[in-house]
Design a protein around this ligand. Sequence first.
Ligand SMILES: Nc1ncnc2c1ncn2[C@@H]1O[C@H](COP(=O)(O)OP(=O)(O)O)[C@@H](O)[C@H]1O
Ligand SMILES: [Mg+2]
Length: 450
Amino acid sequence: MDFSAVSYALETIDKLTQEVTSLWGVDEQVEGLASELRWMQSFLKVADARKVNHEVIRTSVVEIRELAYDAEDVIETFSLKVASKRKGGFSNCIKRSACFLKEGCLLHQIKWEARRPYPHVMDDNIVGLDNDVKKLIPVLVEEGSQCRVLSICGMGGMGKTTLAKKIYRESQVVGHFKHLSWAYVSQNCQKRKVWEDILSDLNILSETDKKMKVEKLVEKLSNFLTENKCLVILDDIWNIEAWDSLKPTFSARETRSKILLTSRNKEIISHADKNGFLYELQCLNYERSWELFQKIGFPPTNSLGYEIDVKMEELGEKMVKNCAGLPLAIIILGGILATKYPSLTEWLKVSANVKSYLKNDKGEVLRDVLSLSYDDLPPYLRPCFLYLSHFPEDYEISVDRLIQLLVAEGIVSSKQEADEGQIVEDVAEGYLMELAERCMIQVRKSTTGK
Ligand SMILES: Nc1ncnc2c1ncn2[C@@H]1O[C@H](COP(=O)(O)OP(=O)(O)O)[C@@H](O)[C@H]1O
Ligand SMILES: [Mg+2]
């Protein structure tokens, strides 16, 4: 039987108790936690010795292991918080930009508090999208139309979420609807969480609602959406089943509220609303692709001594063509090249790889650009990047919290920092900065204005 989680949590607690907790007057609580863990450990030992194989025992073992991980996480986070006097750093919020490399991740699961991405934070460097907004808004704000649901469709990395965010901030939209709400659905659709997120955006989620039966929650939300003109954005619905599980709250006929969803799946809209509006997002044309690439791959035009090397420009143009107008592919390629600017030799190396990685088939472009960007990572950044596959796509996390996790998980170890004479948190911050420079994570809010 697996005792490792409990034993390891106990070890961590023993190690940290004297160092940290006595300073902060929480030693009693930590001792209580340690004694619970010791009890769990004895339980596991007895169950193991007696070779008990019973449903209840199996379930308890799983729960104990989860609790042990949580306990360890809480203690380590606390101790790191105490130990770290750091404030702010290069930025205070980043997000993981795409769902990939999940398979490479062998780290144990910790229960993360799920958080929605912030729709009011727009990415910098947006190109185009004005025409898309122009086509969608009239449908959204049309009174008396039978259309209740609109869907923005396209493959991953095309810019569906980006477009939905832009719409969410448009003054015409904000002025038309009484309330706006944003919920991130994703592959792992948890209906209660989605409904609570919507209620919370609508400012009507109370503490009692959180304990309310799901039927009551549905009724509350459904009534509110019927009586008030709301726009609900459901970001990234994967399939019809996910829609079906969410739809009880959106079933009212007589309502002026509308739903805007984003999805890779074109079928959902006809299933959701026979008068629904399907908007198929197109890839960027070449001019827009180049415009985006220039923003990422080259230094800002106003920087001192800036002069585009003609050869690099030609090379960049060639490489962009291989991205098939997919914004995420362009951003990642640009991110790699920006780290090598202004070395033409380095750009030529990437260009040779791009040719072997990128195929014409659009579906393959993204995956291959992503593996190109991964292969291009220096070995010390790879575990750090793989660790980010723990988080759902578009998940936002504070840099301080992520640094704590990277250190607590031993992803960035103290051995690496010893030689440099740097504290381990600074090493981790440096790694995140490098990943951000490569556009493999996105910086959302920066405290230094970088
Ligand atoms: N029109 C655009 N201009 C600039 N960057 C874009 C554009 N569309 C998407 N992006 C960038 O491409 C990446 C993927 O976009 P996202 O909206 O998350 O795609 P999707 O939701 O379709 O998977 C993001 O980093 C986003 O900032
Ligand atoms: Mg998206």
